[in-house]
Structures are given as structure tokens and as C-alpha cells.
Design a protein around this ligand. Structure first.
Ligand SMILES: [Zn+2]
Length: 242
């Protein structure tokens, strides 16, 4: 008797809605599938770190506080790159909204280095302690956004390392795009992580564990799948790079 191979469940690609996906990899509680058409990979259960309750656990909260400074340091360098991008595509001033601003380390650099640009940060999660220490920056929770920001009022939007954390990025992005002026700029940066599939078994062999490789991530874009994603909102891709 030959044991039948179990057919993996058919998963629908959350980006292009096609059923042409395949099992990609497994890492602890992460089961990732990948779309054969748009090359997007995704966590099968679509559970965000907030839904898992993980960010509200004390140990995770303190871990975020412990790394808050180093995230700030990384983001300060990144902020200059974002400012250069915005200037390169013609932004001279006006207003920029950063969605998922964390501790607003990018906002601080924008205020200092590009004072012609008014910065508004949106942070829904509430576990970045240094936000409260920066009263000079405008940081809003998602619930207050409609009271403070008019539709089509922003010259630019920033999504910096946000889309990989969101269970439904196809709903989230248009929610914020309504605040963008026609012809406005959008800066999107996501990690490129599908290559980690190759080193995961090696990590397990060397360190005995591969946990923490995708902390909190649900979505794994490639350049191609990011292009598919942004094109669906009528955005035109400029200056993409790895
Ligand atoms: Zn797809």
C-alpha cells in the first residue's frame, strides 16, 4: 500500500486573488505560501502581531523599548534617503503623512532637514514610547485622523516598513490614499526577505533555531509583486530598486 500524498490546501493570493499558489516554506508558526503569478509570498493565517496579542505582552513591549534607540538610528539614515527621493520627484514643501511612524524618528529628521515640509505621523499600535517624548511632532492615532486631516490635503505619503505587517494591505493603502493630493508622491519601502528561505535550514543547523527571522511579518513582497500591488491603486512606479 502506498500512502497518498496529502494535497496542501489551496490558498488564494491576497494580492491578485488567483488560486495559483504553492507552499513556500515553514518556520516555527509561520507557514508561508507563494503566488506563482505575482510572486507575492504570505503568511497563511494572516495573523498580525497585534492580533496575536504579542505586542501587548510585557516582554515584547520591553523588547521594543530596548530596541527603540537602534530603530531610531537606522531610521535617521533612512530619513535622508526618503527626503532625497521626495526632492528628486519635485517636492519643495507642503505636507507629508507617514503611516505607521513608530517613534517618528523619520519625522524628527524631516522637521530638522526639510523644514518647508510639514510632517504628520500616524501610529495605530501605541507601543513606541518615545512618541510621547516628542510633543513638537504631530502624531495621531488612526481613530483621530478624520478629525484632523482633510481629504486630498497631503503632498506625499510614506509607508516605511509597514506593508509587511498589515493583514490586509489592499484595504489599508486606499484608506490613506484618500488624503493624498492628485499627482502626489508615495514612498513605499518593504524588506526583501524571500531569500531567507535558503538560510533558514542553515540557521536551524548552526543555532538550533531559526525563530525571529520574520518578526511580525505577514507579507513578503518582491519587486514584481510590489509593482502589481501599487499598480492596482492607479499609482505609477518610479525609481524602484532593491
Ligand atoms: Zn498573486
Amino acid at each position: 500500500m502506498v500512502k497518498k500524498k496529502l494535497k496542501p490546501g489551496v490558498e488564494i493570493c491576497p494580492l491578485c486573488d488567483l488560486k495559483k499558489t504553492r507552499f513556500f516554506m515553514r518556520e516555527n508558526n509561520y507557514i508561508l505560501f507563494k503566488c506563482r503569478v505575482c510572486h507575492f509570498a504570505f503568511r497563511k493565517d494572516r495573523i498580525s502581531e497585534i492580533e496575536e496579542g504579542f505586542s501587548f505582552q510585557n516582554e515584547v513591549r520591553s523588547a521594543y523599548q530596548a530596541i527603540d534607540k537602534s530603530i531610531d538610528e537606522i531610521n535617521q539614515r533612512l530619513a535622508l534617503r526618503i527626503i532625497n527621493f521626495l526632492k528628486q520627484y519635485g517636492l519643495r514643501g507642503g505636507s507629508v503623512m507617514e503611516v505607521g511612524c513608530g517613534s517618528a524618528s523619520i519625522g524628527k529628521v524631516i522637521q530638522r532637514s526639510f523644514p518647508e515640509l510639514a510632517y504628520i505621523g500616524i501610529e495605530p499600535s501605541g507601543y513606541f514610547p518615545s512618541v510621547e517624548k516628542n510633543p513638537e511632532l504631530t502624531i495621531l492615532s488612526t481613530a483621530k485622523i478624520d478629525d484632523h486631516i482633510a481629504p486630498e490635503s497631503q503632498d506625499a505619503l510614506i509607508f516605511n516598513h509597514v506593508l509587511e505587517h498589515v493583514p490586509d494591505p489592499r484595504s489599508m493603502v486606499p484608506y490613506y490614499l484618500r488624503f493624498l493630493k492628485p499627482g502626489g508622491l508615495v514612498y513605499v519601502e518593504v524588506p526583501n526577505e524571500q531569500w531567507k528561505k535558503i538560510i533558514t535550514p542553515l540557521m536551524r543547523f548552526v543555532r538550533g533555531t531559526s525563530s525571529g527571522m520574520f518578526a511580525g511579518h505577514i507579507n513578503f513582497f518582491t519587486q514584481k509583486s510590489l509593482h502589481v500591488f501599487v499598480s492596482a491603486f492607479g499609482l505609477e512606479m518610479r525609481g524602484g530598486g532593491l
